[in-house]
Design a protein. Sequence first.
Length: 383
Amino acid sequence: MICIKNGLLHTMEEETPWVGDILTDNGKIIKIQENIEAGEADQVIDASGLHVYPGFVEAHCHIGLDGYAVGYEGHDYCELNDYSTPQLRAIDGINPMDECFLHAAKAGVTCVGTGPGSADALGGTFVAVKTWGKRVESMIVKDPVAMKCAFGENPKNCYQTKGITSRMTTAAVIRQALFKAKQYKEKLEAAGGDPLKKPEFDLKSQSLIPVLERTIPLKAHAHQANDIFTALRIAREFHVDITLEHVTEGHLIADELIKEHVPMAVGPTLTHATKFELQNKSFTTPGILSKAGGQVSIITDAPVIPIEYLPLCAGLAAKAGMEPYEALKAITINPAKHLGIADRVGSLAQGKDADIVITDGNPLSVETQVKYVFINGDLIHRA
């Protein structure tokens, strides 16, 4: 049992911070209010003059699968022999010993959505994990959280001699897989409990059933405006849920995107525009989408941007016009909602996981130091 006393609490449940205490036990926040009696606590931390936040959340990255790679070894985030691999699961490739997890944890990034990259039209499932642990099973918050799909340049570039040379083909590959999974599901349902009537087992189609049942969304890699609209078009055709990832040209089509009411994860922006489809990259994008009424998360796409710079990316978005509170939401409660785990992380509230970050200032400022980090109520970093 740990009691954090006298901190300025940024709960992300309300906009105005207030001075109060937090009591945690068995990995959960059990009380958050003014003047908690700390008599039974095993440890008391005086946070007077310090700021207390929920652990930061990254909605889209590849840590654990794309770490300190040297050539072939370390590359576990994309399957390059098949452009449609919905049967792949991030948990089977994650290396908890990847140094990126430690970097994230020390910086206060306590939970991430990580998974396959964007080489494949369908890449497999993402998982939400805490950034502290030795075994992936003990780190999982939710598995799966989404089915990765990709539009635009990456599938074309990776498979231009193996079957994909146009955006039309990428869209057709995704449609074909969803049509096949739909037929497979219908045959399974028609067979009832009769094993003799069931179709031959198909792991790819089986893996897409949660998407068709809207248990998990498609997680659509799309930078360019036309790719964003293709992703939305396919989702509407099959009546499935979708989240938009990267949304680089989102500021150019904000009026249209707001009509769709879909979560948007924007980034990585702290990089050079290394591809044609990134030519309109801008730190103004999160703020424009947020002001239009969108649910916006800010992402590093780590290791594209080192994950410890997630708060810095939010700070740069604020510098470019995003409301500071919205920028904080974009690395806390919004990504938690984006990943479908807001019941556990993303804000400071009774019953939620005790993922807590204590700083000496605003984390959107580059001078701010992270003083304490708790994950599941365990103190894993102290400056």
